[in-house]
Ligand binder design. Structure first.
Ligand code: DQA
Length: 147
């Protein structure tokens, strides 16, 4: 099984960025943990983080036919990007939306997501653990469908 971890703008700054909201764990720390979990289950992981919308869109297009599930933190694009939504609808790859912070406790503009209604699942407010839970969910769901 191939899983793509996709992270949007400013998530490269995790660890130093607004630690009161996002904690002190870096993106590399999160990826290392996901790699460990995947290796235990023979899952192949790929990762892309970009601050550019078109790079994220191209990555989703290129995932068609090779990637079985996407773990996606669209970051600020969550609240703005019809183009990323359309890309996910186009490729029809199941994806899990993850947010480190509880967006529903924050500014009103963060309460709306262009992705939640088309996601296979949504995890908010659990910090880095959210990525691990999403990875587990993606594997369990995929295995169920194979049976
Ligand atoms: C975020 C929440 C978004 O509102 C914000 O723009 C981010 C990170 C999160 O993981 O909590 O950049 O997606």
């Amino acid at each position: 099984m191939n899983i793509l971890i996709l992270n949007g703008p400013n998530l490269n700054l995790l660890g130093s960025r607004e630690p009161d909201k996002y904690g002190s764990v870096t993106l590399d720390d999160i990826l290392a943990r996901l790699e460990t979990l995947s290796a235990q289950q023979s899952i192949s992981l790929s990762h892309v983080q970009s601050n550019a919308e078109h790079v994220l869109i191209d990555t989703i297009h290129n995932a068609a036919g090779t990637v079985d599930a996407i773990i996606f933190n669209p970051a600020a694009f969550t609240h703005t990007s019809v183009a990323l939504r359309d890309a996910l609808l186009a490729v029809q790859i199941p994806f899990y939306e993850v947010h480190l912070s509880n967006v529903h406790q924050r500014e009103a503009f963060r309460h709306h997501s262009y992705f939640s209604d088309i996601a296979a699942g949504v995890i908010v407010g659990l910090g880095p653990l959210g990525y691990e839970l999403a990875l587990t969910a993606a594997i369990v769901k995929h295995n169920e469908l194979q049976q």
